[in-house]
Write a protein that binds this ligand. Structure first.
Ligand SMILES: [Zn+2]
Length: 76
C-alpha cells in the first residue's frame, strides 16, 4: 500500500511536499531517482523518500503534532 504525496511550492521557490498534514523540504536526490525530504520543523528528524508521487520509505517519527489544515492553506 503506497501513500501519495502532494507537491507544493514554497513562496521562495523551494519545493515542499505534503504528507498527512506534515510538510517536508527537499534534501537531495539519490542515484536511483528517489528523493529525500526532511520535515520542515527544525527539531524534527522525520524524513521520507519519494518515488515519483508516491512515498517509498518513511524514516523516524515526528516529535510534534501535525499542522492544522488551516495553517497549511494559509502558507501555500
Ligand atoms: Zn516533523
Amino acid at each position: 500500500m503506497e501513500n501519495k504525496v502532494n507537491f507544493i511550492t514554497y513562496e521562495k521557490g523551494k519545493p515542499l511536499v505534503l504528507l498527512n498534514l506534515h510538510k517536508y523540504r527537499f534534501i537531495r536526490e539519490r542515484k536511483d531517482g528517489m528523493k529525500k525530504w526532511l520535515c520542515t520543523k527544525k527539531t524534527c528528524y522525520a524524513s521520507i523518500f519519494t518515488n515519483g508521487e508516491y512515498v517509498h520509505e518513511t524514516i523516524n517519527e515526528h516529535n510534534h503534532t501535525e499542522n492544522s489544515q488551516q495553517s497549511i492553506e494559509r502558507q501555500v
